[in-house]
Design a protein around this ligand. Structure first.
Ligand code: MN
Length: 249
């Protein structure tokens, strides 16, 4: 199982917001690890403070920035995708042309831009900001995001690229020049309730259907008195930014 970033919201964590139901999810994952499921945790922007632990491996559990695996001979590249936040399409393209270390360089560029913005007293650039600026911009940005990820992947010779971050479930082939790549996005577990499944050579988008599942009883624990109100921002492209919208970046 691959957890592709933003699993734990560190910002919320600091506010001591951690409902019992969330704890049950974590317990479930720990149970899977104990029973032999290999779990790879890829860090995202909401859990970026965990990036310092990248590379650690504890039994069946592994924490990484990105993952490259071969599935039935197909080179598959998995990363969260927040690396594109502070980067324009043009610079991502330029970096893609540099080849091999393009993605790592992109992380550095992203950090540098955010550092400069922070130093100048401006907010970090983020996708949630773009969404707040308007649905049309967000739609255009989703297109750019998918295209940028695909072009980087084609440049690196991957067959499949899998992201998260933009909350938009997707499976499609993106071509550029003579190359093409399968672009996949797992969507989210906030509004779309989707994940990606790989079975016998094929990827599919799994949509959670409440009727198919027995809802486990949530054991209520004492939580802090002040649980932040969840402002649900929903628009016609079904983007949801519950935690992101309330986050500082
Ligand atoms: Mn994200």
């Amino acid at each position: 199982m691959v957890l592709n970033g933003d699993i734990v919201d560190i910002w919320q964590f600091k506010k001591r917001y951690f409902p019992a139901s969330h704890m049950q999810v974590i317990k479930e994952i720990f149970g899977m690890i104990a029973k032999g499921t290999q779990v790879v945790y890829i860090t995202g922007n909401h859990d970026e403070s965990l990036r310092r632990y990248s590379g650690i491996q504890l039994g069946n559990f592994q924490m990484v920035d990105k993952l490259v695996i071969e599935l039935d001979g197909k080179k598959t590249w998995i990363f969260h995708g927040d690396v594109f936040d502070a980067t324009t399409k043009g610079s991502a393209k330029m970096i893609a042309k540099l080849g091999g270390h393009g993605y790592d360089l992109l992380i550095l560029v992203n950090r540098a831009i955010n550092w400069v913005l922070k130093t100048m007293g401006r907010e970090k650039m983020s996708f949630s900001k773009k969404v707040k600026n308007g649905v049309k911009k967000a739609v255009a940005w989703i297109g750019d995001f998918e295209q940028t990820a695909a072009e980087l992947a084609i440049g690196k010779g991957y067959d499949t690229v899998i992201c998260g971050h933009i909350h938009q479930p997707q499976i499609r082939t993106i071509a550029k020049g003579s190359g093409s790549v399968n672009y996949l996005n797992s969507g989210d577990w906030i509004e779309n309730l989707t994940s990606l499944e790989y079975n016998e050579g094929y990827w599919s988008i799994h949509s959670f259907n409440e009727k198919e599942h027995v809802v486990p009883e949530v054991v209520h624990m004492r939580t802090s008195n002040k649980i932040p109100m969840l402002n649900v921002l929903t628009d016609e492209v079904a983007l949801f930014f519950n935690s992101i919208a309330s986050a500082t970046h």
